[in-house]
Design a protein around this ligand. Structure first.
Ligand code: ZN
Length: 237
């Protein structure tokens, strides 16, 4: 089975559209959360994802739409975007978003937004957090997002190794796989990032897709959201 793994759409419709157009012969798709936040088209992105009935996990931005305590941890600009998002999407969509599961499984692999030990909040960006989370996997496989950095954490002779998006990788557990972000890439490559997991071959193919950044930037600026959210799309940081 070929499963597209996408994450961190962040209300960037042109990016989501481009990724969907790039999909070839996939049997399923899973979304690792953060459908909203930062971007200017939350209704369009949320309705599309919901209508397709893909497995969609709970991200911290999704949860912040419904939970004031979570929102308090956001920086001012990100919180501004969440408050605007809540106004746009309305109560019923907020309810749907905040009812997404924080974790699930597919074909034996764990799926979370952030990390195995803290499914909604922890950033896995260094060897220490990666080692702690790899040890939770019992030799298995985990897909996660949140950091917006595509890549793979694994153990090599007892030491943590981090490989960035490198075409197609073979998956030998324990391994943490991050497909990167559809709507707000942060690895200095502005193209959308996602990947395809081939469960039979035991491989993951990282893919990058150009999208209409101008349209996404325009939506952010026209919504009156902080201009830096538009600016960063230009450079992918
Ligand atoms: Zn995110």
């Amino acid at each position: 089975m070929r499963i597209a793994v996408i994450s961190d759409i962040h209300a960037n419709w042109p990016a989501l559209e481009a990724v969907l157009a790039d999909l070839r012969a996939v049997d399923d798709l899973v979304c690792l959360g953060d459908v909203v936040g930062y971007g200017g088209e939350p209704v369009r992105c949320l309705d599309y994802v919901r209508d397709r009935r893909w497995l969609t996990l709970l991200g911290n931005h999704d949860l912040a739409c419904a939970d004031r305590d979570v929102l308090e941890w956001f920086n001012e600009d990100a919180a501004t975007a969440i408050r605007w998002t809540v106004e746009q999407i309305g109560e019923e969509r907020v309810e749907w978003l905040s009812a997404r599961p924080p974790a699930d499984k597919r074909d034996g692999a764990l799926l979370v937004h952030a990390s195995p030990r803290s499914p909604v909040f922890e950033y896995v960006m260094d060897a220490e957090s990666a080692a702690a989370n790899l040890s939770e996997l019992a030799g298995g496989l985990c897909f996660h997002g949140h950091s917006h950095l595509p890549g793979v954490f694994r153990l090599d002779g007892g030491r943590v190794r981090h490989d960035y998006h490198v075409g197609t990788v073979e998956l030998h557990g324990p391994v943490l796989v991050n497909p990167g972000s559809v709507g707000q890439p942060r690895d200095r490559d502005p193209d959308s990032s996602y990947g395809v997991w081939d469960t039979d071959a035991g491989t993951f193919e990282f893919r990058r897709v150009e999208y209409d950044r101008l349209a996404a930037q325009k939506a952010i600026l026209e919504a009156g959201l902080p201009a830096r959210f538009a600016h960063r799309l230009e450079f992918g940081y």
